[in-house]
Write a protein that binds this ligand. Structure first.
Ligand SMILES: Cc1cc2nc3c(=O)[nH]c(=O)nc-3n(C[C@H](O)[C@H](O)[C@H](O)COP(=O)(O)OP(=O)(O)OC[C@H]3O[C@@H](n4cnc5c(N)ncnc54)[C@H](O)[C@@H]3O)c2cc1C
Length: 278
């Protein structure tokens, strides 16, 4: 298993929706446990960046950033996504995540903010969908544009009908505190929330998938069927890189399916090799 040390899960301060952890689990602790578990059963884990990958006779060749090359008979791509974030110095941004006043996954933790003051940044289809989802947990919801509102009239109506406040000013600055977070808008308004959800989408880390020629969605994710079988024989995909819900439990489920498909595919290849020899 090759990874470059940038799992999104490492940034989770405490999740309460990872199955089997009723008291919650910190992302780094979950990764440490999973690493120990995998190594205990024989996995070899190397921290390095894979710079390039190509299909070669009998499998795949991976160029690592340190200049070395590795061979592989089959590949499971689980390279994840990068978040589109609000503009804050990295240390301030990560401190706001740790304090829990800046959140990026309403499905993961929206229920932790029942009745709280919730702000959603990103006045487009994505932002409207997140605000409407969060409306199930609080009546105190405000939708703000990063730059300017880009809602269709139907979306604006749905937002208004749900009683969600719509701010028109663009975001000037964010000031995270220990228990709340203040937003300054260019219309002079200053609003304080218990939590802010930026709804700015993400950038799939799909460079290796592109190099292999996998089918990608418009957003750059690998298509969902690739968990079972991609258009490139011997390549499977899992996790956030695959279109759909970005969650630990989903990534684990994908991983189980993709690894089993890869295992069975390798056995089929071995069988074919044996038959061709007899
Ligand atoms: C702040 C935050 C809070 C979250 N809260 C929750 C939550 O409460 N519940 C929940 O279910 N989910 C939560 N998530 C989402 C969760 O982290 C992801 O769904 C999960 O980590 C997806 O697993 P993954 O393996 O697909 O991707 P990741 O965990 O992001 O792993 C991707 C891996 O690919 C590797 N990689 C990528 N490109 C290369 C390359 N070229 N060479 C080598 N390695 C590479 C990286 O090193 C990394 O190890 C949260 C995410 C964030 C950022």
């Amino acid at each position: 298993m090759l990874h470059d040390g940038k799992s999104r899960a490492l940034r989770i301060p405490l999740t309460h929706n990872a199955p089997g952890f009723p008291e919650g689990v910190r992302g780094p602790d979950l990764i440490a446990r999973m690493t120990r578990h995998a190594v205990q059963y024989g996995a070899v884990i190397q921290e390095t960046e894979v710079a390039a990958i190509e299909a070669v006779a009998g499998g795949f060749s991976l160029d690592l950033k340190d200049g070395s090359t590795r061979g592989s008979c089959a590949v499971v791509l689980a390279t994840g996504v990068d978040l589109n974030q609000v503009d804050l110095p990295e240390a301030v941004h990560e401190a706001a995540i740790r304090a829990g006043v800046l959140r990026y996954c309403p499905v993961c933790d929206g229920y932790e903010h029942i009745g709280k003051r919730i702000g959603v940044i990103g006045c487009d289809t994505n932002g409207a969908a997140e605000a409407l989802f969060l409306r199930g947990y609080s009546q105190n919801l405000t939708l703000m544009p990063l730059n300017r509102p880009e809602l269709s009239s139907a979306e604006a109506r749905a937002v208004a009908d749900a009683g969600i406040r719509l701010e028109s000013g663009a975001l000037l600055a964010l000031q995270p505190g220990a228990d709340d977070i203040t937003v300054l808008l260019d219309i002079g308004a200053s609003l304080t929330f218990d939590v802010i959800y930026p709804a700015l989408g993400c950038r799939p880390r799909s460079i290796l998938a592109e190099q292999l020629g996998l089918d990608l969605t418009e957003a750059g994710c690998v298509t969902s069927g690739s968990v079972f079988e991609s258009r490139v024989e011997g390549v499977f995909a899992a996790g956030d890189l695959v279109e759909g819900l970005d969650q630990i439990s989903v990534a684990m489920g994908h991983g189980a399916v993709a690894a089993t498909r890869a295992h069975n595919w390798l056995r089929e290849q071995e069988q074919a090799t044996l038959q061709s020899r007899t």
